[in-house]
Design a protein around this ligand. Sequence first.
Ligand SMILES: Cc1cc2nc3c(=O)[nH]c(=O)nc-3n(C[C@H](O)[C@H](O)[C@H](O)COP(=O)(O)O)c2cc1C
Length: 360
Amino acid sequence: MPDLYHLARPLLFRIDPERAHAMTIKAFKAGLVPACKPPVKDPALEQTIWGLRFPNPLGMAAGFDKNAEVIGPVFELGFGFVEAGTVTPKPQHGNPKPRLFRDPDHEAVINRLGFPGVGMNAFKTNLEKFLAGKSRPPGVVGINIGMNKSQTEPAKDYAILIRMLGPMADYLTINISSPNTPGLRDLQQKEPLTALLETVMEERAKSCGKHPPPLLVKLAPDMDDDRRGEIAATLMNAGIDGIILTNTTLARPDYLPEPFRAHPGGLSGAPLRDMSTQAIAAFYKFTKGKIPIIGVGGISSGQNAYDKIKAGASLLQLYSALVFKGPAVANSVNEELLMLLKADGYGNIGQAVGVGLNNK
Ligand SMILES: Cc1cc2nc3c(=O)[nH]c(=O)nc-3n(C[C@H](O)[C@H](O)[C@H](O)COP(=O)(O)O)c2cc1C
């Protein structure tokens, strides 16, 4: 029997993608969350990383809940953690519409949203509301921070966001890899990255009290191994706690059709899958497995998730698969992953991290 999502899918795909997303957020806010099975619960999927208890390894990636409005409903879908944001200090509209495109045949998305959002004050109010809720579900809440388009001194925006939101975050992600904010990806170069990391580490020490949240850096897939090695060394020197791999890509594989492939912006979904897995493997090697990695890019099945774990990811996220597979996707990925882990004789996911690399 097809579920409600699969019955509604043809209709949903006729609606403008950004409108469909806005409608989903509105429905979630109104408490209209699709009935899913209870989240998959098994000790093999549970981990403690950075002192945080993750009930399962699959998180909702940044960009779905930019304004921290629907964290509770996202947990109801079976995710073990939610990364809200990217949030910027000031509210901003983002790029002109249309700016979000889908290719259902290839399960691909292109976006050039450019961090539209309510800004950090309204974001904070939304987050406070969630955190104060009586029935807060188990799970971890990360906050992904980025700079306003108008900012010419990026470090200032990251510092104020850490001051304002750091004390409320289970973890913080420094996003320097969205392709839609001019100049943002330049922060992935050694000198600007070193300077930025110095500022953010200092700010965290100043503003986040005795239990500072772990600081993660989210990177692009579009770089060669020399650059990856350089960045890995810079992150380790700075004492960064985690790496998220990867953001969307500027690449356009040949098989993607026109006019979809011609849209400027970041590509996500199935065509990003192997690129991101390769980036995970490279960073796992360069960091000798010492910095936990969150793997993201094209995950839509337990096998995709398992491949990223074997390449060195300790945790996982997805976004695009929610569009194409529907709200049951988190549970199905976790269920399949659990079967794969058990079939290979692993008692816990942590034992499988990086086993696919030939130096292990
Ligand atoms: C519509 C859309 C908006 C996104 N917005 C953000 C964002 O604000 N910040 C961010 O770090 N990543 C953002 N991303 C990237 C995702 O978090 C993720 O890294 C990427 O989509 C790859 O995962 P996926 O293939 O499962 O979608 C966005 C992705 C999409 C599709």
